[in-house]
Design a protein around this ligand. Structure first.
Ligand code: C2E
Ligand code: CA
Ligand code: CA
Ligand code: CA
Length: 277
């Protein structure tokens, strides 16, 4: 079956049956969600190993009027398969630029990490669109980090490096998200002007368990140190994981053990109060 909608063509295998219809209607509802104001930005704190707040990751939430909260693990892959992800990512960027503009005087060195899908990043107009947004809000990029997955490395190295340099020129930092789960070549990595490796939750979970779980985390830490990169460890849930991680230099932690993602206004009220004036 072939379903055509608003300029994008989505192919579904017959085998997917009802699931395909479900996907089709969800994709349509998602298009309406932006205009209907059903999307919310949540922020999850990131701290250094001294406990100092260094920023937050932006996580998208969809409050569907009938279905309640829809998980991004459902709607992000769907948006990626239809090309609608660019609209979603740009909406998040715009909201964040607006927030940064409003709270400029209270943000100090805080950085907000925004997830960018690989297909969106691969667009020719990715950087220029970002520059337009920054100009519009009269901002530099020094409160922003972009989280890119290893899949961006399928791009030609020269093109990729020139995009990353352009971002660095704007003051924007780049983190490689879900690091270790993809297929990044390590020789490639050393050529990239990036600042951060983000260790995936699946590795953090293994810290409490066997030796090999720890071995991977420690290997990524050592490699990051060699490359002069910071590491962010996501999904820290237990005291045991924290005790293990806090001795690593140049490390940032994020997870339920410290704080859960909160609606943006709640997070701002809790973390910016007292910073103003
Ligand atoms: P991610 O980038 O790996 O984000 C981390 C996920 O782990 C988030 O799930 C977060 O809520 C969750 N998490 C944080 N701390 C803990 C913890 O201690 N324990 C556990 N079990 N989970 C924790 P979430 O919010 O459901 O997001 C899922 C994925 O959706 C993200 O994975 C990211 O890939 C994607 N995503 C979310 N927002 C956006 C967005 O605005 N744009 C794009 N392109 N992708 C997004
Ligand atoms: Ca992320
Ligand atoms: Ca991710
Ligand atoms: Ca992850």
């Amino acid at each position: 079956a072939k379903l055509e909608q608003a300029g994008s063509i989505v192919f579904f295998s017959e085998r997917m049956g009802l699931d395909a219809m479900e996907r089709f209607y969800t994709a349509q509802a998602l298009r309406h969600a932006v205009g209907n104001g059903e999307l919310r930005i949540y922020l999850q704190s990131q701290c250094d190993t001294d406990g100092k707040l260094v920023g937050a990751e932006t996580l998208l939430r969809w409050e569907h009027p009938d279905r309640g909260l829809v998980s991004p693990t459902t709607f992000i892959p769907l948006a990626e398969s239809t090309g609608f992800i660019t609209t979603l990512d740009r909406w998040v960027i715009d909201q964040m630029l607006e927030m940064i503009h409003q709270h400029q005087g209270e943000l100090g060195d805080l950085r907000f990490a925004i997830n960018i899908s690989a297909d969106h990043f691969a667009r020719e107009d990715f950087v220029s669109h970002l520059i337009t947004g920054l100009h519009h809000h009269r901002l530099s990029g020094h409160h922003l980090t972009l989280e890119l997955t290893e899949s961006v490395m399928v791009q030609e190295l020269r093109l990729l490096v020139s995009k990353l340099r352009a971002l660095a020129g704007l003051g924007i930092e780049v983190s490689i998200d879900d690091f270790g789960t993809g297929y990044s070549s390590l020789s490639y990595l050393q050529h990239l002007p990036i600042q951060e490796l983000k260790i995936d939750r699946s590795f953090t979970q293994d810290i409490g368990g066997n030796q090999s779980g720890r071995a991977i985390v420690s290997m990524i830490h050592n490699m990051a140190a060699e490359l002069n990169l910071r590491t962010v460890v996501e999904g820290v849930e237990t005291e045991e994981q924290w005790q293990y991680l806090k001795h690593y230099p140049n490390t940032v932690v994020q997870g339920y053990y410290f704080s859960k993602p909160q609606p943006m206004d709640v997070w701002l009220a809790a973390n910016l109060s007292g910073k103003s004036r």
